[in-house]
Design a protein around this ligand. Structure first.
Ligand SMILES: Cc1cc2nc3c(=O)[nH]c(=O)nc-3n(C[C@H](O)[C@H](O)[C@H](O)COP(=O)(O)OP(=O)(O)OC[C@H]3O[C@@H](n4cnc5c(N)ncnc54)[C@H](O)[C@@H]3O)c2cc1C
Ligand code: SF4
Length: 368
């Protein structure tokens, strides 16, 4: 069956300013295009296409990776104290995995996205902003029509969570979408304390990456539509942390993760834990991060959703990262993970594997 690309007008600005003016002019009827490896397949499936497509491919300033030498411009605005590494939103995944200034864990994570061909086009901004995924959404128009579509495109029901309990009554779900965020890079960048520089018609601002995502499979973001992700900023403070990444996918190449686990560890001189963060991808509508080292009086910049309140996070600061502590953390991650049956592999298996991969990764980081 042929899947035709819908008609749209392609705009190719050469600067961020020009792109922002186009965004303001089109009053919502636009999409931003970077490498196109996520957006264009969705267009071909007839998923939420718009009349105007604004390509970022000709904006040179988005394609740079720069190491911070001194204070970043954001310091004057009081948001980011120092930029260790600035990665343009239009940097391709191949560029990211080959740049020796980029932490090895991030390069490894990028290297396991999709396939070499897709990584040549796919970008860091597109990876972080990619659409959420679901068996009932990532299908052709014809396929979706046989089921009456769904909330996320063209329909009014959810096939994954068909009913909601409202005030003790079982009602048809006409509002909640639990499509899964499968970005590999998001949890990896989160555990390293990344911020993002957003540029849009209302100006520019820098926010922690953990605050960029919303708990809704349709809206996806807590930022305004039309804000361009111009840079990912990795702070110098985490540059020497031990960090790593593990991915579960049906096949080693080409397939999206059905679970991704990232972790970053800061050790004190006596080898006790100073900071420890674990990030989870592909188990929720947004990437999830647990900040185990955060002091209880300072809320951590986490973005986790389904934390079981009965399961208190283990205390890690000042302790040795031994087998017993690793098992406690892995158990906490497993308990909190809440995958849905909308991407490949059973939720129960992915939940169990969240604990297994956390344990393996932390064991590796503890060993150095
Ligand atoms: C077969 C296949 C396998 C894949 N496997 C993986 C995988 O293993 N792991 C994974 O993480 N992803 C995977 N992907 C998804 C995708 O290819 C990558 O995430 C890629 O990095 C997306 O980047 P892009 O530049 O092509 O995004 P695009 O398709 O250009 O854009 C994706 C979305 O982000 C928005 N966007 C892009 N850049 C910006 C920006 N700078 N500012 C604001 N909005 C922006 C677009 O509007 C669009 O909504 C896969 C895709 C395919 C087709
Ligand atoms: S989870 Fe979202 S995308 Fe999947 S069927 Fe439900 S509404 Fe559609």
């Amino acid at each position: 069956m042929t899947m035709l690309m819908p008609a749209f007008e392609l705009h190719q600005p050469k600067t961020l300013d020009e792109a922002v003016k186009l965004i303001a002019a089109f009053k919502g009827d636009f999409d931003i295009l970077s490498g196109g490896t996520d957006l264009l397949p969705n267009y071909k499936c007839g998923l939420n296409a718009h009349k105007n497509v604004i390509s970022l491919q000709h904006i040179a300033e988005l394609r740079e990776i720069r190491t911070g030498k001194g204070d970043s411009p954001q310091k004057e605005k009081g948001t980011v104290p120092f930029s260790g590494l600035e990665i343009g939103g239009g940097v391709t995944l191949i560029q990211l995995e080959r740049d020796k200034n980029v932490p090895a864990s991030v390069r490894d994570c990028a290297h396991h996205v999709a396939s070499p061909l897709l990584r040549e086009s796919g970008t860091v901004g597109g990876n972080l902003m990619q659409d959420t995924r679901c068996h009932f959404f990532n299908q052709s128009y014809f396929w979706r029509r046989t089921l009456g579509y769904c909330l996320k495109a063209d329909g009014d029901r959810c096939h994954v969570v068909p009913n909601l309990n409202e005030g003790g009554k079982n009602v048809l779900n006409t509002k909640v979408c639990v499509a899964t965020n499968c970005s590999d890079l998001a949890p990896m960048f989160m555990v390293l304390g990344a911020s993002v520089l957003l540029v849009g018609p209302q100006g520019s601002r820098t926010i922690p990456l953990t605050q960029m995502y919303a708990g809704d499979g349709i809206e996806r973001f807590a930022i305004k539509r039309g804000e361009i992700l111009a840079k990912i900023i990795l702070p110098a403070s985490t540059a020497n942390w031990r960090s790593g990444w593990k991915k579960l996918a049906p096949r080693q190449s080409i397939d999206f993760s059905v679970l991704g686990v990232a972790a970053a560890l800061e050790l004190a001189a006596d080898k006790s834990v100073k900071s420890l963060r674990v990030g989870l991808g592909s188990v929720d509508v947004r990437p999830v991060m647990f900040d185990y080292g955060a002091k209880s009086d300072q809320p951590a910049p986490t973005s986790y959703l389904f934390v079981d309140p009965a399961k208190a996070p283990p205390q890690v600061a000042g302790k040795k990262l031994d087998e017993a502590l690793i098992n406690q953390i892995a158990d906490h991650v497993k308990t909190c993970a809440s995958p849905k049956l909308n991407v490949p592999m059973e939720p129960a298996y992915r939940k169990k594997m969240a604990g297994v991969l956390t344990r393996r990764l932390l064991t590796e980081l503890a060993a150095g």
